[in-house]
Design a protein around this ligand. Structure first.
Ligand code: TTP
Ligand code: MG
Length: 398
């Protein structure tokens, strides 16, 4: 089923807030960043100021030379954060799947919202209208089947844009865009691609995928997928992001199951120690495995109660890892994380749980001691048998 992913990005955000809060600034070049005599740089500026060639990260002095009649104002971070909160709140009324990327932009997964609120396009228009009427600000929207295309779309017709990318118009829109617009292409990759004569996304799509992987390794493969408009990253809510995790990338891909189980234990211990230091207990255990082809698999389980014990986390993590169909493929990265810290549900006591709780108390005391020792002598002082071996293997460069 095709997903409905939306990316919303506010237009000239900091400057727009200033124009809203000071109506006298409306329709004028407003430059946010501070005093024209300061040595700072421009945070952003209103579209009226952009006509003078002013942009983010430009030295303020330079902006002043270009537009001495401009209105120069300081950054009011707290105010922007407050407005950002109000924007995210509106978005959250249409889907729980909102992933804020910064104060002024977010991804929304509207795939499940259509039955309740109507077509995704209509929802997007409603959100933009509400941001305008309730907050007096302008936003640009991209709607597409995935994150990469949605973010690209929201930027195409700024300010006030509303661009929909579908399977029908995708190839045409991507065709002439410079490869720098692809997610993950920085100056280095761009230079590599230029060397082999690839300048646009269209050219990348027509390139030989084998040549790309030869040149750029696995990222070549990923970029090729993006050039075809394919991207299966999920929208991750703040809740998802509220996790404590640890992962490791191997220098040499491995398919040694026993070794991987040991690594998992080692990772789990790090996570459990951090959870206890942060005074957090979670009920969701997630295992992430990336194979040598860069396919990433995640498996998660929700426990009946929250935990910060490595024994429990490890037991679940190992079970999850064993469920992953690795095929014959070697593993490049493995990670484990704990989330779901929200403790609204009271922990229900089952028949044997009271006993468990006693055990938990003892274990809790033990962990406290272990953590104290670790604090005193360094994290490696107490490691269980297997994970000690892992540590040794890493030291030997495996
Ligand atoms: P952007 O969304 O990149 O810019 P914008 O919202 O001002 O303008 P556009 O219409 O092009 O989206 O960044 C959001 C805010 O982040 C911006 O208002 C100010 C801040 N910011 C900086 O402080 N420094 C920077 O270099 C950039 C790019 C942004
Ligand atoms: Mg913006």
């Amino acid at each position: 089923m095709e997903r409905k992913i939306m990316h919303i990005d506010m237009d000239a955000f900091f400057a727009a807030v200033e124009q809203h809060d000071n109506p006298a600034y409306q329709g004028k070049p407003v430059i946010v960043g501070g005093d024209p005599n300061s040595r700072g740089v421009v945070s952003t500026c209103s579209y009226e100021a952009r006509k003078f060639g002013i942009h983010s990260a430009m030295p303020i002095g330079e902006a002043f030379r270009r537009c001495p009649q401009g209105i120069f104002v300081p950054v009011r971070g707290r105010r922007y954060a407050e407005v950002s909160g109000a924007i995210m709140k509106i978005m959250n009324q249409y889907t729980p799947l909102v992933e804020p990327l910064s104060l002024d932009e977010a991804f929304l997964d509207l795939s499940g919202s259509e039955r309740l609120f109507g077509p995704a396009e209509q929802i997007g228009r409603e959100i933009v209208n509400r941001i305008r009427s309730e907050l007096g600000l302008s936003a640009s929207v991209g709607l597409a089947p995935n994150k990469f295309l949605a973010k690209l779309a929201s930027d195409l017709e700024k300010p006030g844009g509303f661009v929909i990318i579908t399977a029908d118009n995708m190839a045409e829109i991507l065709e002439d865009l410079p490869i720098g617009r692809l997610w993950g292409v920085g100056p280095k990759t761009e230079a590599h691609l230029f060397e082999i004569g690839i300048r646009t996304i269209g050219m990348l799509r027509r390139a030989n995928p084998t040549l790309l992987t030869d040149r750029l390794g696995e990222s070549g493969r990923q970029l090729y997928q993006l050039s075809l408009g394919r991207d299966d990253r999920q929208v991750e809510t703040e809740e998802d992001q509220k996790s404590v995790g640890h992962e490791i990338t191997f220098q040499d891909d491995t398919d040694d199951r026993e070794f991987l189980a040991g690594v998992l234990l080692w990772l789990t211990e790090q996570v459990a120690v951090r959870l206890r230091r942060l005074n957090l207990k979670g009920r969701v255990i997630t295992v992430k495995i990336r194979d040598l082809n860069f396919n990433t698999l995640t498996k998660r389980v929700t426990l009946g109660k929250t935990t910060d014990f490595e024994e429990e986390i490890f037991r679940e993590a190992l079970r999850l890892a064993e469920q992953v169909k690795w095929g014959a493929k070697k593993v490049r990265l493995i990670g484990v994380s704990v989330s779901g810290f929200d403790d609204r549900k009271p922990e229900q006591l089952g028949l044997f749980d009271e006993l468990d709780q006693e055990n938990d108390k003892d274990l809790g005391k033990l962990h406290q001691t272990v953590d104290e020792l670790r604090d005193r002598f360094g994290a490696d002082i107490i490691l269980k048998g297997t994970s000690l071996q892992i540590k040794e293997r890493f030291k030997q460069g495996h």
